[in-house]
Design a protein around this ligand. Structure first.
Ligand code: UTP
Length: 232
């Protein structure tokens, strides 16, 4: 089946926070795998694994030895691919067997009808931007960014207890909040400018929500979890 042909199941693109691929906890990832297998009955999950702490560890190690930024990005991509492989193993035969390495491969893998899991694709961007590009490429019905906070706040909820969560945020407002952000390897946050540009140009229905199986399952069924990014 080709990406532009009618499909019976909508494609849902999910960016899965790298924080889920912790070294010690092996249970959480299996619970996510079970959720994706369950949800494959009503949609086709296409998942992008973040690099998490392990990527940041490798990046800071290599940076201290003088590696250039694009090399550091490539290290981040390799770690996110390893994370993708962990989820592929947990999904067993429900998953496409390899993490695709470019957008065309993602589209071909999606045409298999299986659950697709990938890591990063190109240096110079975050897995969030990659996930937005993938959502555009596979004509996803929704892009869910499952991260370590439960939505977009007016200030960082990890630092400010009085931070207020938005149910909806206009894309332009979110962009204004992100302009100050760093763009060095390992330093991309909730969303980035590239991701927002792609979401805007292709009008991709996008939500930022907590990487929690119960919340994600509801969101995959269309419940308004987290924060919706509304077109400007
Ligand atoms: P991320 O920063 O996107 O993973 O990728 P993360 O930090 O785990 O994401 P969160 O915390 O869940 O949001 C790790 C690093 O890999 C490189 C970048 O250097 C990024 O900081 N990367 C990743 C790329 O260069 N290109 C990609 O497509 C993906």
């Amino acid at each position: 089946m080709k990406a532009d042909q009618p499909r019976t199941k909508p494609r849902v693109v999910i960016k899965l926070s790298g924080s889920l691929f912790g070294l010690e906890d092996t249970k959480t990832l299996k619970q996510f795998a079970e959720l994706f297998v369950r949800s494959a009955k009503f949609c086709q999950p296409i998942i992008i694994a973040g690099g998490g702490k392990i990527a940041r560890h490798y990046i800071s190690h290599a940076r201290s030895s003088g590696a250039d930024e694009s090399t550091l990005d490539e290290i981040g991509i390799e770690v996110s691919r390893l994370n993708a492989k962990l989820l592929i193993f947990a999904l067993q035969e429900s998953a496409y067997p390899h993490p695709p390495t470019n957008l065309k491969e993602v589209a071909n893998a999606a045409d298999s009808g299986l659950i697709v899991v990938t890591g990063g694709l190109h240096p110079g961007q975050s897995t969030n931007a990659t996930a937005a590009l993938i959502a555009e490429k596979v004509r996803a019905s929704t892009f869910l960014n499952a991260t370590d906070v439960d939505g977009v706040y007016d200030s960082d909820p990890r630092k400010n207890r009085n931070a207020k969560k938005f149910k909806k945020i206009p894309l332009k407002k979110l962009r204004a909040m992100l302009v100050q952000q760093d763009s060095v390897a390992g330093g991309y946050d909730l969303m980035d400018i590239v991701a927002l540009k792609v979401i805007e140009r292709s009008k991709i229905k996008t939500r930022i929500l907590k990487a929690d199986t119960r919340i994600l399952e509801k969101a995959m069924k269309g419940s308004p979890e987290g924060t919706e990014i509304t077109p400007s």
